[in-house]
Write a protein that binds this ligand. Structure first.
Ligand code: NAI
Length: 764
């Protein structure tokens, strides 16, 4: 035993263990079954949930079978009419009761979460549980206001929700609270490593008097998750987890009519400029990558530091990481707890070894024996080092340097992911400039890992799509009432008309790519026959033309940089020119259609500078912006109805928001749109902003959907739903099935944008 004088000299902490009896007592009610239809089922085939810090079995749980999933989905379906039929106020009272009940059991939740996941009790107690409670309170409010604030919207029905092991209770709250507030019922599958807090939550549902079947919980591994994803009775899937599984789910749900949101992995940059408050930034790194053992999807795992301060900064980080205490999660002075499972530890070790083999040099703190990993910083890394490109999901940061802000942005964006970014600079002009240019769904300025129920969270690119939290998160659990059933009817596209006979007509239209009329790469055209009469010949576009068009759209970045007002001017001018050219357009479209098109140009010109972003009320002394940003390059697949209006109904909202588009016009009657090339040319629409490739829609759509440089896709061809959704899995672009291809309105603008949430704390 050290003497008090010795303790004061070394300032070593003494152990401060949280008593886990409360959780052990609760666990004694195991082995556990599922929670289906308001009651626990008898345990079936069992698996263990471990306490990774002590390598002991905490509880045994039931591996969910396809029959179990079926029973849970049926219970949720049976509960849906009554639950969705309740008033918003009645649902609000249930959510409020759940929040209150969790609050009463705060300590049990925190201890159970720490035991099951290995996270420090301090974090479970101060972060996971309070944020989960906040989420239910916040969504009690949305339930109350839903009818007023989301008029014309209805819930999807039964939501299948699959969550990971890093924040088990919090991720449950993020999924269940908005689903219930919107009037859905749910079947949730917790991760197999950390299912316990979900079962405790099931008890809360009973205590809070939630009607049976509104929440169902089925435990098990990936096969249970896969059964839920595949179940016909599920209307929406919400998934948080690895990009690999997210991609698989995108493929499996393709064409099923199920709505989908994916919150996937990340490799988020943590950018430190020379003028940053370096001490604050060091603490930022602690919260970015050594919080929750680095098992955080938005962890700041790539530290990018200005060369001028790199030595000073890494020196301070080295000192700081040595002071972090790794060990018993239940000890209140532990900074880093246990890695969730020996398999995850092996994965971290393997990736770090690969990083070293590629030349990376480690600086590490210490960690005890067992399922622990020390806080680690890897320097001397090249962009090709696997630790730079792969999500490690452990307390491991790589450090790279930059010289100029442009280089910082290039490095930050040099990843397949786009979940979060953290930017450190005392120069707010610079920080906001970088925040605007970095491709990430959440950006923290001089801060990191801030969360709030009223701040949208979610990714861009291969980090997934959809937002959780705030109004945007609620919207993801609702759909327009007019859309009818969520499963679109699959029609069939007619065969391409017979190829060229030039009788009587002298003109073959051309594709429109990069502001110029281009011959199709194939050199071929096809006959366009409308109402039995030959209308003309359209170019037979191919994959090569789509690729050229995407390249042209990619380059037209000037359009995205323009202000809404400037884009509005161009759209008004387009409207004017449509009127002036109506005579030549009349050969291909009715006057009514032309008039509609002119009105639509004015409508989206009006919106171009009015689709305002929001400032959300989150924490005091924080500005939390939810900024609508264009995707960049969008792919648009037009329907067959009213070819001119159908085309402009998709193109105009997309470009009004600053996107550049590659469009595939109606297969059967594309000439009106190709004729528009003349109008575009004289309307000051910059080259590459609108590109048109006509031809066999299915082939062209496949190439467009699979293209990595296309960031979002709209399709008004129900017959191609499955094809384009499956092909989109490569870069995980969001796909919007346009159910009203001739419609207009906010839905179109929302689908043409993604939210970037920017947190700017202020004050001392
Ligand atoms: P995972 O993606 O396999 O697991 C997440 C959830 O998906 C679990 O509930 C799992 O049972 C379920 N699941 C697995 N396969 C499924 C399928 N085919 N269909 C439906 N559900 C399925 O993640 P895992 O294997 O636990 O971790 C591997 C790596 O994934 C980690 O090292 C980390 O890099 C990343 N990850 C990222 C997370 C994030 O929040 N972004 C969360 C968890 C893991």
């Amino acid at each position: 035993m050290p003497t008090i004088t010795e303790i004061l000299e070394t300032m070593e902490y003494g152990p401060a263990l949280e008593n886990d009896k409360i959780a052990r007592d609760w666990l004694s009610r195991g082995p556990f079954g599922h929670f289906i239809g308001g009651a626990f089922t008898a345990p079936g085939a069992l698996f263990d949930s471990l306490n990774p810090a002590r390598d002991d079995v905490l509880a045994q749980l039931t591996q969910g079978s396809a029959q179990d999933v079926d029973a849970a989905v049926n219970a949720a379906r049976a509960a849906f009419p009554a639950w969705s039929g309740l008033s918003g106020h009645a649902r609000a009272r249930h959510l409020y009761a759940i929040a209150r009940q969790i609050q009463k059991r705060e300590r049990l939740f925190a201890v159970l979460e720490s035991l099951d996941n290995g996270k420090p009790i301090r974090e479970a107690r101060d972060i996971d549980v309070p944020l989960a409670i906040r989420h239910f309170y916040h969504h009690a409010g949305w339930a109350e206001l839903a009818a007023e604030e989301f008029a014309g919207q209805v819930p999807h029905g039964v939501c299948g929700q699959i969550i990971p092991w890093n924040f088990p209770l919090l991720m449950l709250a993020w999924k269940i609270a908005p689903a219930l507030a919107a009037g859905n019922t749910v079947v949730l599958k917790p991760a197999e490593y950390t299912p316990l807090s979900a079962l405790l939550f099931a008890e809360i549902c009973i205590e809070a008097g939630l009607p049976a079947g509104v929440v169902n919980i089925v435990t098990g591994d990936g096969t249970t998750g896969a059964a839920l994803v595949a179940h016909d009775g599920v209307d929406k899937i919400a998934f948080t987890g690895s990009t690999h599984v997210g991609r698989e789910i995108r493929r499996v749900t393709a064409g099923s009519g199920k709505a989908l949101t994916l919150e996937l992995g990340g490799k988020s940059p943590f950018v430190v400029f020379a003028d940053a408050d370096l001490d604050a930034a060091v603490e930022g790194v602690v919260d970015a990558i050594w919080f929750n053992q680095g098992e955080v999807c938005c962890a700041g795992s790539r530290i990018l530091v200005a060369e001028a301060v790199a030595d000073r900064f890494t020196e301070r980080l080295r000192t700081r990481l040595k002071a972090l205490r790794v060990g018993e999660p239940l000890d209140k002075s532990t900074d880093i707890g246990a890695i969730v499972h020996p398999r995850q530890l092996a994965r971290i070790r393997d990736l770090v070894a690969q990083g070293q083999a590629a030349g990376g040099v480690l600086h590490q703190g210490s960690a005890p024996e067992g399922c622990f990993f020390p806080p680690t910083m890897m320097v001397e890394v090249s962009p090709a080092n696997p630790c730079v490109s792969e999500e490690i999901f452990g307390p491991v940061a790589v450090v790279m340097t930059f010289r100029t802000p442009d280089e910082a942005v290039d490095l930050a964006n040099n990843t397949r992911y786009g979940l979060a970014a953290s930017i450190w600079s005392e120069n707010l002009t610079q920080a906001m400039d970088i925040a605007a240019r970095v491709r990430a769904g959440v950006v923290w300025v001089n801060a990191t890992n801030l969360f709030d129920a009223n701040a949208p969270f979610g990714g861009m690119r291969e980090s997934g799509f959809g937002r959780e939290g705030a109004r945007a998160g609620m919207a993801a659990y609702l759909r327009p009432a007019r859309a009818g059933a969520s499963t679109p009817a699959l029609g069939a596209l007619g065969p391409l008309p017979q190829s060229a006979s030039t009788s009587g007509l002298d003109r073959t239209h051309k594709l429109y790519i990069g502001g110029a009329q281009k011959r199709a790469d194939s050199g071929q055209s096809y006959s366009v026959i409308v109402d039995g009469a030959l209308q003309g010949h359209a170019p037979l576009g191919s994959r090569k033309d789509i690729r050229n068009a995407v390249e042209a759209a990619h380059k037209a970045t000037g359009w995205t940089a323009m202000s809404g007002h400037q884009r509005a001017q161009v759209l008004y001018f387009l409207g004017e020119n449509l009127a002036a050219r109506s005579v030549s357009l009349r050969a291909f479209a009715s006057q009514a259609e032309i008039d509609d098109s002119i009105a639509r140009a004015f409508y989206y010109a009006a919106w171009a500078d009015k689709f305002d972003s929001s400032v959300h009320d989150t924490q005091s002394a924080h500005i939390t912006l939810a900024k609508y940003e264009p995707f960049g390059v969008m792919g648009l697949i037009c329907g067959e109805e009213a070819p001119l209006t159908g085309f402009l109904s998709l193109v105009l909202p997309s470009i009004a928001m600053g996107n550049r588009v590659v469009t595939i016009p109606s297969q059967s009657a594309p000439l009106a749109t190709l004729e528009l090339a003349q109008v575009f040319a004289c309307s000051d629409i910059p080259a590459g902003v609108i590109n048109i490739v006509s031809g066999p829609v299915a082939d062209l759509a496949q190439t467009l959907a699979a293209h990595d440089d296309v960031a979002a896709l709209w399709s008004a061809q129900p017959a191609l739903t499955k094809l384009v959704e499956a092909e989109s899995a490569g870069n995980l672009k969001p796909v919007w099935q346009v159910t009203e291809p001739l419609g207009q309105g906010r839905d179109f603008l929302l689908a043409a944008t993604q939210i970037k949430t920017i947190w700017v704390p202020y004050g001392a």
